[in-house]
Design a protein around this ligand. Structure first.
Ligand code: HEM
Length: 203
């Protein structure tokens, strides 16, 4: 396994946040509505991991260090794990596992449908992120994994729908997402590659 310490550090750091938040909730340190705080933190965490996973390819292109790419799959899986927990926290703390309320909830909070579509996309990517699926799907695997961009757009739309007029925080995430997309435009990616081949390599 390449870069084991880097991978381990990512694993430990990523696992620590939800564990710490659960501890805070158990110790009643999250204020009067801990369920809502957990839902929000996990949702934001999932979005952040998605952005970090998307940053790995441009970082590898810019620095030449292969460790970024090696971590991409783990980071994508963490995004899925955070969003799965986000959904679980929503079902338990906000819906109170009262599934009869779901139809009413979807009418009251249509942004949940957008979030659910993004979650389904993340599920597809998580299930097909292994080497076996990569081998079986061949060239189609890359096409399928372009779904990440649609997931990011849906996640940002879900977030925008929630914050509505308070755009300051949302704009930061949307701005980072936009820059990451721009760095993938072939002409930009080629420029980065050319610039790097002119400068000393990092192994
Ligand atoms: C079935 C899937 C999902 C459900 C049921 C769901 C539900 C929710 C709910 C109920 C909230 C709190 C809304 C409020 O503050 O009133 C929320 C917030 C949020 N969700 Fe989701 N969500 C889902 C999927 C996603 C996905 C896929 C992402 C990102 C990739 C995401 C990112 C966020 C973010 C960033 C917030 C706002 C956090 C904040 O205000 O600090 N959610 N979601």
């Amino acid at each position: 396994m390449r870069y084991p310490w880097f991978r381990l550090a990512i694993f430990v750091a990523s696992a620590c946040f939800p564990a710490w938040w659960l501890y805070e909730a158990a110790m009643q340190l999250l204020g009067p509505d801990p369920g809502k705080i957990l839902v929000d933190r996990l949702g934001l965490g999932g979005l952040v991991f998605l952005l970090i996973a998307l940053a790995m390819t441009p970082l590898q292109r810019i620095t030449g260090w292969a460790g970024w790419i090696v971590s991409r799959r783990q980071l994508g899986l963490w995004s899925f794990a955070y969003i799965a927990l986000h959904l679980t926290a929503y079902l338990v703390f906000i819906l109170g596992l009262d599934f009869a309320q779901l139809a009413l909830e979807l009418r009251k909070r249509p942004y949940i449908i957008v979030g659910a579509l993004a979650f389904l996309g993340l599920l597809v990517l998580a299930v097909t992120s292994n080497r076996y699926s990569q081998r079986r799907l061949g060239a189609r695997w890359k096409t399928l994994h372009k779904l990440t961009y649609a997931i990011l757009a849906l996640g940002l739309l879900h977030f925008l729908w929630i914050v509505r007029s308070d755009l300051a925080e949302w704009s930061i995430y949307a701005g980072v997402g936009l820059v990451l997309m721009l760095l993938r435009v072939p002409a930009v990616a080629r420029r980065i590659k050319r610039a790097r081949t002119r400068s000393p390599q990092v192994s």
